[in-house]
Design a protein around this ligand. Sequence first.
Ligand code: TYM
Length: 329
Amino acid sequence: MDTVLSGIRSTGNLHLGNYFGALRNFIRMQDENRCYFFIADIHSLTTHPDPKELHENVKNVLVDYLAAGIDPEKSVIYIQSDVPETIELYLYLNMHAYMGELAKTSSFKEKARKQPENVNAGLLTYPTLMAADILIHNADKVPVGKDQEQHLEMTRKFARRFNNFYGVEYFKEPVAYNFGEELIKIPGLDGSGKMGKSEGNAIYLKDSPKEIEKKVKRALTDSGPTEPNSIKPDYIENLFTIMRVVSTPDVLQHYETKWNTCEIRYGDLKKQLAEDIIKVTSPIRERILEIEKNDVYLRKVTKEGAEKARESALKTITDVREIVGFKKF
Ligand code: TYM
């Protein structure tokens, strides 16, 4: 039985990228593995969220998780800050993580460009905290989207380095995982490479059908191809990429043919795309509206999740303290 772990930053509601990149894979793995899913509220501190909004954000993500199908009877669902053992492991891993390699990470370089007034040490050591999240439960598989691939590579490097330095075979080397397929990246509807919260181009699981129709209608298109079988510009390819995950193969094939014969009508494609997205999101949205009212249930889920996650984390951190050489008098 493998240990599977994944997490999402608590910076807002979940969007189609989170769902198809990470969440759906995780949900498919719940039955046959030991599964941990957590909300990365400590990671979210790197961008200095308003303390008044932090809890609400954690709640939104938690509700979206549960509504999307993460089952607390099968998986351990917890909040990162409820498991302080993670922070202790982060500290030990930081002693073997080097400035040069951390500063070279793509996510660090991107954040440093986006928020030059706040290039803090937490941003620099973001990958070591992520490694601690994963290694604290010694996970084998980490269902994530393509954008997290480099972080997983660094996690393996930190695990290997720890083992080599202390002469142990303690940590496993976890892999980024997408249910036997390639890691995926869901694009934005605005012609940009990636759907994301901070990109402002996301379709959320909680969006109403009307909002989804409006967002899809606004997607960037053009006057259509003039040569048969031509290569699609990125912003059109993006619409097809989303179609590939939400629509049936027949529908996809229909529009591929229309494109290839220069008969494509973007109005029709957008209508179909919106309809198929709504088919995925509307049952989730209905459950979100139910679960968000049930604070008693949310309290129970997070309390039990924290207890189970801490049990596993405490075991790891006890071993790690011994490995690094701490001893009782
Ligand atoms: P975050 O919160 O940015 O995203 C959560 C998950 O959603 C995936 N994702 C996407 N996948 C495909 N296409 C997209 N457009 C897209 N946008 C987001 C991400 O790949 C991710 O799997 N550092 C992580 C959170 C984290 C974590 C961890 C994940 C902290 N510790 C340990 C796994 C294991 C992050 O910022 O994800």
